[in-house]
Design a protein around this ligand. Structure first.
Ligand SMILES: [Zn+2]
Length: 352
């Protein structure tokens, strides 16, 4: 590996960065240009001045033009199922709260606990008619105040309210009744936490933009409602520490998939059983079906669960804003282009 030897020659021995090549990526390491001619050019402005980039808040910074998402019918019944665990995890919604957002749209944040990990996975619910079964179930010994505090109420909370079940001042609702909503498939996005892309202004990926776009589509007046299942699986499941190491490997010239493989992680370590279980809890089992917002065809079947507990009827593509707007909006960085190319070329994503 002549390129690597040259790179490490000047390092003190205690630095000893060990590169484990991992599974073959079909390309000899010496074939990679570690410099890529980038060392002379300044970093893109998005990296230099994160302070000028507003944090990604759901719905913020996305176009206000109200356009229906374009969807593609899918039928996975004939597909060979991917490797999924036989049983779904048990999930329990422990609290729900109304969140007014900066766009004026409201959503209900649902916090879940489960029996497979100790992370607080979330469901961001748009629309008043999507209810969590586990949240609404009565708990022994609880008072009406207990129920309201954990969010198991109908309608809206207001000062002086005493019953979780009957809202004496019901808000006028323009939403169709529950049954009708479940008949028209709701939009669902399975989103994995990305601290770097959503909070730290990273232009290496488009996670923040995708979260904004999903929220925008779900809060359109014509939307039957929707759910963003927000899974705490940072860095395609490898965690923030390993993801930051992978960032350094990418700065050395490898792409996002190669970086994970070099660090001995699978290209994608995520699992979606928790998402399926949460969707069932929110009433999306049976024939109702969902419209899934994703470019990742593998995700479609994985989200349906081992026995197709949830059925994906349509797939809605998430086209990067920069592509949709001819570069006027969205993320601009040399990193994002490489990232999207890798997603399409190596991970089978279909942007359109
Ligand atoms: Zn990301």
């Amino acid at each position: 590996m002549p390129a690597l030897t040259g790179l490490m020659r000047d390092l003190p021995s205690h630095a000893s960065p060990v590169y484990s090549p991992g599974p073959s990526t079909g390309k000899d390491v010496s074939g990679f240009d570690l410099d890529n001619g980038r060392s002379e050019s300044p970093p893109p402005p998005t990296v230099l001045s994160p302070a000028f980039t507003p944090p990604s808040t759901p719905g913020a910074g996305t176009p206000t033009k109200q356009k229906e998402p374009r969807s593609i019918l899918v039928d996975t019944a004939s597909q060979r199922p991917p490797k999924l665990l036989d049983t779904l995890p048990e999930v329990n919604c422990v609290v729900r709260a109304r969140i007014p957002t900066v766009t004026g749209a409201e959503m209900f944040l649902h916090l879940y606990q489960n029996n497979v990990d100790d992370k607080e996975h979330l469901a961001i619910v748009f629309g008043n008619n999507i209810r969590s079964r586990s949240l609404d179930a009565p708990r022994s010994g609880e008072t009406e105040m207990d129920r309201m505090i954990r969010g198991a109420y109908t309608g809206r909370l207001h000062p002086g309210r005493t019953s979780s079940r009957i809202d004496p001042k019901p808000q006028p609702s323009t939403s169709p009744p529950v049954d009708q909503v479940i008949q028209t498939s709701a939009l669902v996005r399975i989103h994995s936490e990305c601290y770097t892309g959503e909070t730290a202004w990273s232009a290496r990926c488009d996670c923040g933009e995708q979260l904004d776009e999903a929220a925008r589509l779900m809060s359109l007046p014509s939307s039957p409602g929707g759910v963003i299942v927000y899974l705490r699986q940072e860095g395609r499941g490898i965690g923030l520490m390993e993801k930051l190491k992978a960032y350094n490997v990418q700065d050395l010239g490898w792409d996002t998939v190669e970086a994970n493989l070099m660090l001995r992680h699978p290209a994608d370590a995520r699992s979606y059983g928790l998402a399926t279980a949460m969707l069932l809890d929110l009433g999306f089992g049976g024939d109702a079906g969902i419209k899934l917002l994703t470019n990742n065809p593998d995700k479609v079947r994985a989200v349906e669960g081992p026995n197709r507990e949830v059925i994906v009827k349509e797939r809605v593509a998430m086209v990067p804003l920069a592509w949709k707007t001819g570069g006027k909006k969205g993320i601009h960085s040399e990193e994002i282009e490489g990232y999207l190319r890798t997603k399409i070329g190596k991970m089978g994503h279909m942007l359109g």
